[in-house]
Design a binder for this molecule. Sequence first.
Ligand code: NDP
Length: 309
Amino acid sequence: MSEVRNVIIIGSGPAGYTAGLYTARALLEPLMFAGYMSGGQLMLTSDVENFPGYPEGIAGPEMMMQLREQAERFGLTVQDKNVERVDLSSRPYKVYVEGEEFLTDSIIVSTGAESIWLDAEGEAEQKGRGISTCATCDGAFFRDEEVIVIGGGDSAMEEATFLTRFAKKVTLIHRRDVFKASKVMYERAANHDKIEIKTFRSVKKWLSNDAGLTGAVLVDPRDGSEEEIACTGAFIAIGHKPITSFLEEQVEVDEHGYIIHKEHTMTSVPGVFAAGDVVDTRYKQAITAAGMGCQAAIDVERWLEDQHS
Ligand code: NDP
């Protein structure tokens, strides 16, 4: 029988690492399963300019390395493995990782969110052959080429601006003329001489040949009129969905799949807590995720104390 841990943290973005730091400093000897690609979405981000304490900004991956190092210094154990499933039917809870079973009194879920794809006609065939959801990962493949970015939020602005480093031209396609993006990020993109913004356009269909993507058919949602745009690269930046499939519906979620907090950061299952983008339908910032990771760690500490008193 394996030992019963105080707390297992699943997921390793700013929420997870902050929870790791706090639970480690509370001497709970936390174990984190960071996933095969540890660090979460910030590993795919270029510069983070809005996390307090970095006046010059910091690269997303570097910030994640620093958060990890800081938590490990106080005793967080990290394994870069994916959790396959959990069994929350009785305590101690069971966490299954690569065929191994781990027992724990409490869990913090901080698995974050993943990109949503458009699922337009022809998309499945072109994923990784011109269509991507990550400019930081794939942007350099499109040096001196024409690319498009789809979306009207901060992600789309960030992707479009980043892509100007490589591409000859970036066209930002948005389905309406109101932008969710913050003013500063919108204006940085809108004022860039390599970026053209086309509003009232949606992608109906992707066009390709044997070499890969060649363009897209765009449709105007107001009157259904269509036009073609040529591009060899396309970056979809239309938001994210929470990563919860490994929970197999044992924890209550809302209609979009986000975990629901029942009491402070505790979920519908006593002793199972959640923090960061896997819960957050509103703020979705690194700083708010980190703050919630701290809250979850403090909630775990108090809850464990109550169980043992
Ligand atoms: P958002 O939800 O903010 O924006 C998604 C955009 O995609 C919207 O403009 C939306 O259009 C559009 N969209 C959604 N579905 C479709 C679809 N099927 N077809 C066409 N367009 C679609 O998501 P983001 O990922 O941009 O941002 C998420 C959060 O992360 C935000 O809080 C943002 O501030 C934050 N963020 C911060 C960054 C930073 O500060 N450096 C960088 C990136 C993200 P519509 O407006 O019509 O709904």
